[in-house]
Design a protein around this ligand. Structure first.
Ligand code: HPA
Ligand SMILES: [Zn+2]
Length: 336
C-alpha cells in the first residue's frame, strides 16, 4: 500500500528539472551521447551525493547536467520525473530549468525548451497534470548573459511556453539587486517573477528580491525568520515561500529535520509550501518531503492538507484550475 500522503493532491513550485537526474540516467545518457564520466559506476556516483553546503551540491549538479544534449534527453528526463510526480500526488507543477548550464555547452535553448515542453504536454494528456516552465538565471554568471538569455526566449514567452523567470545557483556574493533590470524586462514580457533567496544568505536577500525584483514568490526564504519586520511583511502580504525540507537538511542549512524552521514559519502565519528542489540529489521527491514533515513534526492529516492547499494558493494556475485543485484536496481531507 502506498502512503496516504502520496495520494494527497498537491502542487510543486520549487523543482529543478536537472535535479531529477537519477544516477542511472546520468550513465544511460552519457552512453547514448558517447560521453566519458569521471565516475566508476552508478554506485560510485550515488556515494558522492553527500554535501557540505550549497556549492558542493552545485558542483556535482552542473557536472551531471552535462550529459543532457539532445531534445530527447530533455524529454526523457522530464517524462521520468512526471511519471514519478504523478505517483506522489502531483496535480500541478511549475518547473525550473537552468538554460545557461546548457547553452554554455553549445546546446540551443530551443532544444531544451522543446524537450521539456513536449514532456509537460504529454503529462497533461496522460495524467491531467498542469503547469509550466520557469527559466532560472544563474546568479553567478554575468548579468549580460541573463539579459541575452531572456531576449533569446522572448518569442517563447509570448507563446506561453515559459511562464516565469527565477534566480538560482551560488547565493552568497550575488545579491538580487544585480538583476533588477533583467527582472523589469521579464515583467514587460508578461513573465511571473520568483527568486531563490534566504537559502544560505540572510533576510536582506529576501527583501531585495521583493523590492528590486518585485518577486511574487520567494524560493526557500527560510532565513527570513532572522528579521521580525520581514516576517511581518511576509505575513501581511502572504507572499508565498517555497520551502524544501530535505534539501535544507542535505545542504546543512540545519543539522537535523527536527531543527528545520518550518513549524515556526507556519506559526508566524507565513504562506509556506513544501517542495523537493532537487529530489534525485536530496533523497526524496515531493511526497517524501510531506512524509518527513509529518513524521518529524507530528502534523495531523488536516495540517498536511492545509500545506497542500497552500501549494495551490501559491501557484500561478488559473482561478478555475485552482478551484478544481482545492476541491481535490478537500475530497482527500474528507476521506482522511
Ligand atoms: O537549491 C538550490 N539553490 C540554488 N541553486 C540551485 N540549483 C538547483 N538547486 C538549487
Ligand atoms: Zn532550488
Amino acid at each position: 500500500m502506498t502512503h496516504p500522503l502520496y495520494d494527497l493532491p498537491k502542487a510543486e513550485l520549487h523543482l529543478h528539472i536537472e535535479g531529477t537526474l537519477e544516477p542511472e540516467m546520468v550513465f544511460a545518457l552519457a552512453e547514448r551521447n558517447g560521453l566519458e564520466l569521471p565516475y566508476e559506476s552508478v554506485d560510485d556516483l550515488r556515494s558522492r551525493l553527500q554535501f557540505t553546503d550549497l556549492q558542493s551540491f552545485l558542483d556535482l549538479y552542473y557536472a551531471c547536467s552535462a550529459v543532457l544534449r539532445e531534445e530527447q534527453d530533455f524529454y526523457d528526463l522530464t517524462a521520468a520525473y512526471l511519471r514519478k510526480a504523478h505517483s506522489q500526488g502531483l496535480r500541478h507543477i511549475e518547473m525550473f530549468f537552468d538554460p545557461q548550464a546548457h547553452t554554455e555547452r553549445g546546446v540551443p535553448i530551443d532544444t531544451v525548451i522543446d524537450g521539456l515542453k513536449r514532456a509537460l504536454d504529454d503529462a497533461f494528456e496522460e495524467f491531467g497534470i498542469t503547469g509550466g516552465l520557469i527559466m532560472c538565471f544563474m546568479r553567478n554568471l554575468p548579468v549580460e548573459s541573463a539579459f541575452a538569455t531572456l531576449e533569446s526566449v522572448a518569442d517563447r514567452a509570448a507563446a506561453g511556453d515559459i511562464i516565469g523567470v527565477g534566480l538560482d545557483s551560488t547565493e552568497i556574493g550575488y545579491p538580487p539587486e544585480i538583476f533588477e533590470l533583467v527582472y523589469a524586462r521579464a515583467r514587460a514580457l508578461g513573465l511571473h517573477c520568483v527568486a531563490h533567496a534566504g537559502e544560505e544568505a540572510g533576510p536582506e536577500f529576501v527583501e531585495g528580491s521583493l523590492d528590486a525584483l518585485k518577486c511574487e514568490r520567494i524560493d526557500h526564504g527560510i532565513r527570513s525568520l532572522q528579521n521580525p519586520a520581514l516576517v511581518e511583511r511576509l505575513r501581511a502580504s502572504q507572499v508565498p515561500l517555497t520551502v524544501c525540507p530535505l534539501s535544507t537538511v542535505r545542504l546543512k542549512g540545519v543539522e537535523t529535520m527536527a531543527e528545520h524552521p518550518l513549524p515556526r514559519m507556519l506559526e508566524a502565519g507565513l504562506l509556506v509550501t513544501i517542495n523537493s528542489d532537487d529530489p534525485s540529489y536530496f533523497g526524496g521527491y515531493v511526497g517524501d518531503n510531506y512524509i518527513t514533515v509529518q513524521d518529524t513534526f507530528g502534523f495531523n492529516d488536516a495540517a498536511m492538507a492545509a500545506l497542500a492547499m497552500n501549494s495551490v494558493a501559491a501557484s500561478f494556475a488559473s482561478a478555475a484550475r485552482k478551484a478544481e485543485l482545492r476541491a481535490e484536496v478537500a475530497a482527500w481531507s474528507a476521506a482522511h
